[in-house]
Design a protein around this ligand. Structure first.
Ligand code: HAM
Length: 405
């Protein structure tokens, strides 16, 4: 009988991955707490209508990717495809919208999307997310972006930040109509998906990955040129605060995000080092979502990091980290090696093997420690005050003066 395997796009997290997972959550949580966020946990299973009303019926997530079923009590439920909707539901259910004030929460856990699995794209993946309620100051938008940057900086992740404003209920409908007018003229040249979106959610046409469509969209109206005075001045202020804090960003007027609840600030952090699924985090403002879900109008803003994609990057950093392996080819070399190790350990992870051995054994041990520099001292080296070194990545071998090592 064949062994049962985990479902496609759903992985166990164990070994080195589980170590990194807890390391990531520990430090991301610490940074979030320093920014005034507290932990919140919501159920993985929610009513399907929650996501239909928030993420949006026309979005791919709701339309094509939900793990949806009727439970034994005839309830239409689904595994959460993202975290924001559940947090907003909880905010309203616990009457925080009536109490007023500012609330900052963080969460992490599994999310489910029935997507086509590929590198960086899973059906069960994990997010670390943060949500803020009751803050309409644009300083909060900057605060959220700075916090996300602090998390990525802590893990030494290089990223690009893409920024856009999606306007508000005053300017977005006018812009949407402008866009529809302009796209209707070229609709025969746009792909099938774009034609469908033109009818259901025209803004998502801007997001099309098809190169021909992207070229055609070049002359389409840009949201940032169509913002009302309030949205425009908020967007300018946000850029000013980010500039003041030396945070680099690019304006991407085609950044619309795959979820329908955003207004004003929308952003995405991407990495050039993890292939096609390059988005490592995304978020933005959702000032109308609480109201949409039946609560008192309350502004909201947040983001979520894709933990698996981030772990991939942390792992890469880990693997490129220098590890020196020091080995003695004769007993007399050990004292010298302890001195070298003390010096190297000020900056670099350094392993010493205390038993004198031959070359082959030392290389085997060095491999176990993932060392990329192997440095050995024997009788000849001792006499000449030198050290044999090999870079295991480039393969370069040389014997150099001890003082040059
Ligand atoms: P999202 O952009 O859909 O936003 O997802 C956030 C992150 O989750 C992505 O940038 C990506 O790193 C990761 N992710 C998404 N889908 C997958 C997948 N199939 N496999 C692996 N990783 C994935 C949201 O979910 C919003 N709730 C973010 C937010 C919070 N906006 C405001 N507050």
């Amino acid at each position: 009988m064949a062994n049962i395997q985990s479902l496609r796009g759903m992985n166990d997290i164990l070994g080195k991955d589980s170590e990194l997972f807890t390391y990531f959550v520990k430090h991301a949580s610490r940074i979030a707490q320093n920014y005034g966020f507290s932990y919140l946990e919501t159920p993985i299973l929610e009513e399907t209508s929650l996501f239909k009303r928030s993420v949006g019926e026309s979005s791919d997530i709701v339309n094509k990717e939900m793990y949806q079923f009727i439970d034994k009590g005839e309830n239409d439920v689904c595994l959460r495809p993202e975290g924001t909707a559940g947090v907003v539901r909880s905010f309203i259910q616990n009457k925080f919208d009536r109490a007023g004030g500012t609330y900052r929460w963080f969460y992490y856990g599994p999310m489910f999307r029935y997507e086509r699995p590929q590198k960086g794209r899973l059906r069960q993946f994990h997010q670390f997310g943060c949500e803020v309620f009751g803050q309409d100051s644009v300083y909060e938008d900057a605060n959220i972006i700075m916090m996300l940057k602090d998390i990525l900086d802590f893990f030494k992740i290089e990223f690009k930040l893409q920024l856009n404003s999606l306007g508000c209920k005053t300017c977005m409908p006018v812009y949407r109509q402008n866009l529809v007018n302009s796209l209707t003229n070229i609709k025969d040249e746009l792909c099938e998906d774009c034609n469908r979106r033109l009818l259901t959610n025209p803004i998502r046409v801007l997001d099309c990955k098809n190169e021909k469509c992207q070229n055609l969209l070049y002359n389409a109206p840009k949201i940032t040129n169509n913002l009302c005075q309030n949205c425009d001045s908020d967007f300018e202020k946000l850029k000013e605060i980010l500039d003041f804090n030396d945070i680099k960003y690019e304006i991407d007027t085609n950044l619309v995000r795959g979820l329908d609840y955003y207004s004003q600030t929308a952003f995405e952090f991407t990495s050039a080092n993890i292939g096609a699924q390059s988005a490592i985090a995304g978020g933005g403002r959702y000032d109308r979502l609480v109201e949409f879900l039946g609560g008192r109008p309350t502004s909201g803003i947040g983001f979520a990091i894709g933990i698996e994609r981030l772990l991939e990057l942390i792992k890469m950093n880990d693997e490129t980290k220098e590890v020196i392996y020091l080995g003695a080819l004769c007993e007399e070399a050990l004292n010298t090696l302890t001195k070298i190790a003390a010096d190297k350990r000020k900056t670099t992870k350094t392993i010493i093997e205390y038993s004198p051995r031959g070359f082959t054994k030392h290389f085997k041990f060095a491999q176990k420690h993932n060392a990329n520099i192997v440095a050995l001292i024997g009788e000849n080296e001792l006499k000449e005050n030198t050290i044999y070194t090999k870079n295991t990545i480039t393969g370069e071998e040389k014997t150099i003066k001890l003082e040059d090592f």
